[in-house]
Design a protein around this ligand. Structure first.
Ligand SMILES: Cc1cc2nc3c(=O)[nH]c(=O)nc-3n(C[C@H](O)[C@H](O)[C@H](O)COP(=O)(O)O)c2cc1C
Length: 204
């Protein structure tokens, strides 16, 4: 199979599947999936996102409950939360400035980027961090698909409950939860529907 065929198959197989069977996700698969998420691009490579993997069995039902009791969470073999951290941009820009000190790009992280970002409003920063976080979640779900597994993104959740369970500050954005595992047929609500491509793709 050509690379593009493999990729299109992975993309095509990813659906939002809302119910899973009891099959576990292997530790090896989970490690590959998480690694793929980390390789997602991020704005200025500031990587202001985190993923919280709800592994603690005792707290799992509280996490499911924070996802409004959706079966996509409660039946999922694994449940993760993608969290945007606009509040960490200054910490990360300093780390990158140190990492690239003495290289041609050093000034970008030491001076230009902090100056530009200092002008961002709280809303700008939140939107900025959410974009990169969502890309990581997307890459995560494609990696799930590449393992022959299923996933469901969920923004139907209670962000305050999630922040509390994870001891996160109010600035942390709960971008989405993702449940994953082996989907069951009734977890798929219908055929894939998309609007015609000429309503979304414009050659200009
Ligand atoms: C950011 C985001 C949030 C979503 N939240 C939920 C959710 O809370 N519950 C749910 O059942 N599906 C949720 N979905 C899944 C969408 O409904 C689904 O992706 C869409 O209907 C397209 O179907 P497909 O993913 O199978 O192509 C969410 C999707 C995205 C991208």
């Amino acid at each position: 199979m050509l690379k593009h065929e493999v990729f299109q198959e992975i993309v095509g197989a990813r659906r939002a599947v809302r119910k899973f069977d009891d099959s576990p996700v292997s530790a090896e698969a989970m490690a590959r999936i998480l690694q793929a998420a980390r390789f997602a691009p991020s704005s200025s490579n500031l990587q202001c996102w985190e993923v919280y993997w709800a592994r603690d069995k005792e707290r799992r039902s509280a996490f499911d409950d924070a996802c409004l009791g959706q079966a996509a969470a409660s039946t999922a073999a694994e449940l993760v939360f993608f969290v945007s951290r606009p509040d960490l941009w200054q910490r990360n820009v300093k780390k990158l400035a140190a990492e690239f000190a003495g290289t041609p790009g050093a000034g970008y992280y030491a001076d230009a980027l902090p100056a530009a970002m200092a002008a961002y409003s709280e809303a700008d920063l939140s939107e900025w961090a959410t974009k990169s976080c969502a890309l990581a979640a997307s890459q995560f779900m494609l990696a799930v698909s590449s393992e022959g597994l299923d996933s469901c993104p969920m923004e139907g959740l209670n962000p305050d409950k999630v922040r509390k369970l994870l001891s996160l500050p109010t600035e942390a954005g709960i971008t989405m939860a993702v449940g994953l595992g082996k989907g069951v047929p009734e977890g798929l609500y219908g055929d894939r529907f998309r609007f015609p491509s000429d309503t979304q793709i414009f050659e200009v």
